[in-house]
Ligand binder design. Structure first.
Ligand code: PGA
Length: 247
């Protein structure tokens, strides 16, 4: 039985004050205990989130980590620093990192290693662009993006969550239909069972991301292979996020 998981990806949004208000409102919400809820905050707010959420089961994630260990890498945040702050998860391979910071398989494989070494759990994102979808290459692209996760035996369903996020659906208001998303989630499990083992493919959580909102979450999350969502824009509106968690 895979745990339904809802992760907020705040990206580089919200002031510290606004973040506190969002968290306070989320904390007033209620949902069934079988949900795992995660908030991926900007680095500087992580200690605040840890403290605001100290009495809550909501977990804190970082949105990235350095591919390097601690050392002379100005501006980088190492995985050890994150784990020092009590961060449990780190998002890796988000399409915005892939597009704006040119992160490909080699860098992502190093980041996975750093995260694993620091004991962080990984939310690893994959997803095709509209061009790739229209060219009929979407399954191939996603299969290729999944490869770095096969580099490490130590990655298992207990420390890896995947997120399928079609780039054309991120922040655009356009969502993959439940059928389109389910088709990809199924394809992802097939790739994983070939790359690893069927038991791994069956047990690992695969979240959907891309314009998830209260109005489409239930339908998406009711699909057999969709285990919840990675939510950007709607996670900054506490009432919407709560509704999505309840979906
Ligand atoms: P969105 O972002 O919900 O705003 O589309 C999702 C994501 O990028 O993780």
């Amino acid at each position: 039985m895979r745990t339904k998981t809802i992760a907020a990806n705040w990206k580089s949004n919200a002031s510290l004050r606004e973040s506190k208000l969002i968290v306070e409102e989320i904390l007033r919400g209620s949902w069934s205990e079988d949900r795992e809820v995660i908030i991926a905050a900007p680095y500087p707010y992580i200690p605040n989130l840890r403290s605001w959420l100290s009495e809550s089961p909501i977990k804190v994630a970082a949105q990235d980590c350095s591919q390097f260990p601690q050392g002379a890498y100005t501006g980088e945040v190492s995985s050890d620093m994150l784990s020092d702050l009590g961060v449990e998860f780190v998002i890796l391979g988000h399409s915005e990192r892939r597009a704006y910071f040119k992160e490909g398989s080699e860098i992502l494989s190093s980041k996975i290693k750093r995260a694993l070494d620091a004991g962080l759990k990984i939310i690893y994102c994959v997803g095709e662009t509209l061009e790739e979808r229209n060219a009929g290459k979407y399954k191939e692209v996603v299969a290729d993006q999944l490869k770095p996760t096969a580099d490490y035996e130590a990655l298992g369903p207990e420390n890896l969550i995947l997120a399928y996020e079609p780039v054309w659906a991120i922040g655009t208001g356009e969502t993959a239909s439940p059928e389109q998303a389910e088709e990809m989630h199924q394809a992802i499990r097939l790739v994983l069972s070939n790359m690893r083992e069927t038991s791994f493919a069956k047990a690992v959580r695969v979240l959907y991301g891309g314009s998830v909102k209260p109005g489409n979450a239930s339908e998406l999350f009711s699909m057999y292979n969709i285990d919840g969502g990675l939510v950007g824009g709607a996670s900054l509106v506490a009432s919407d996020f709560i509704e999505i968690i309840r979906s």
